[in-house]
Design a protein around this ligand. Structure first.
Ligand SMILES: Nc1ncnc2c1ncn2[C@@H]1O[C@H](COP(=O)(O)OP(=O)(O)OP(=O)(O)O)[C@@H](O)[C@H]1O
Ligand SMILES: [Mg+2]
Length: 306
């Protein structure tokens, strides 16, 4: 069953086409990532799906409810962690959660127990009575995710859950997301521009650029599309000959380096090297999501940011 059906959504802000004809489905219980550079349209899409923004055209159905016709029903079933911090700094961790439970009309006794449980889960129980202002960035993010889950939503939206965090805090949040996925059959949609994050967490990934989905598949399949292994040679290569080998997927020259992709590079290395005249530098490795991104967009994600 699908948790979300997105039907031909577009969004225009004056002259900017933030989203152009987005359509795809998200399955119940999957972790789905929207991976793309700054300005790709990730937050715009999340805002539309969470009924904060209206699309210019198109619609989406979330847990059987239409975002345009039944926005209030949609809201009941979802949790949101915004890209921008949204905790009240002058309230304690517990008070922030309590406020949220009131907004969602949670019965007081249920809320009390749930707040305690969730604070224990995110390792913030010891700090429950401290004001949020005294928390680190990672602790604040954990608390925001805990808050997004407090009213037991069926679908959780996380807009850049780990941006600006150190690698340790980032990993803590990944562990927490994995745990939530495993223990509760919740659907999670997250946006990120960290390849590693998308790869580590997601069942499926949509690569979004300039308001369009350019690829959508499992991390494994995305990598298979360009080949399992990648060979990078700096030197002199008869690239036409290499390209004509039947096991080769692609040969590109970028920044003085030949980037050669194939299903099996290591096994066929000798055959490739027959057409290599000089080697100044050489590298063979497994294909990463970053290579896929580079191949699809022609650029690294950081270059698109600029
Ligand atoms: N309220 C707005 N008014 C005008 N333009 C907007 C508005 N919100 C977003 N945009 C434009 O829409 C495009 C997509 O923005 P969006 O915030 O969705 O990108 P993003 O993928 O979330 O980027 P980031 O990774 O930086 O968060 C950008 O060109 C942005 O300038
Ligand atoms: Mg954004």
């Amino acid at each position: 069953m699908n948790a979300i059906n997105i039907k031909d959504i577009t969004k225009k802000f004056k002259e900017v086409d933030a989203l152009s004809g987005i359509s795809f489905d998200i399955k119940q219980g999957e972790v789905f990532s929207l991976l793309g550079p700054n300005g790709a349209g990730k937050t715009t899409l999340i805002s539309i799906l969470t009924t904060i923004l209206k699309p210019t055209s198109g619609t989406a159905v979330i847990n059987g409810k239409d975002i345009i016709k039944e926005p209030l029903d949609v809201r009941k079933n979802i949790g949101i962690v915004f890209q921008e911090p949204s905790l009240d700094d002058l309230l304690t961790a517990k008070e922030n959660l309590y406020l949220h439970s009131m907004l969602y009309n949670m019965p007081k006794e249920i809320a009390k127990k749930r707040i305690k449980d969730i604070l224990i889960t995110v390792n913030l129980y010891e700090r429950k009575d401290h004001i949020v202002k005294t928390f680190s960035g990672g602790m604040k993010r954990q608390l925001e995710i805990a808050r997004g889950l407090l009213h037991t939503p069926k679908i959780l939206f996380l807009d850049e859950p780990t941006v600006g965090l150190d690698p340790f805090s980032r990993r803590n949040i990944w562990e927490y997301i994995k745990k939530v996925k495993k223990e509760q059959n919740i659907t999670i949609i997250l946006t990120t521009h960290y390849m590693e994050e998308a790869e580590s967490l997601s069942d499926r990934i949509a690569i979004i650029n300039k308001g369009k989905i350019i690829e959508l598949d499992t991390p494994e399949n995305l990598k298979k599309k360009i080949g399992d292994e990648i060979l990078i040679i700096k030197g002199i290569v008869d690239d036409n000959r290499v390209r004509s080998l039947d096991f080769i997927k692609s040969v590109d020259l970028k920044n003085d380096k030949y980037i050669i992709t194939s299903k099996e590079i290591t096994k066929n290395l000798n055959k490739i090297l027959e057409y290599v005249k000089r080697i100044d530098d050489i590298e063979i490795r497994k294909t990463s999501l970053e290579d896929v991104f580079l191949k699809m967009t022609g650029k690294k994600i950081e270059e698109l940011d600029e």
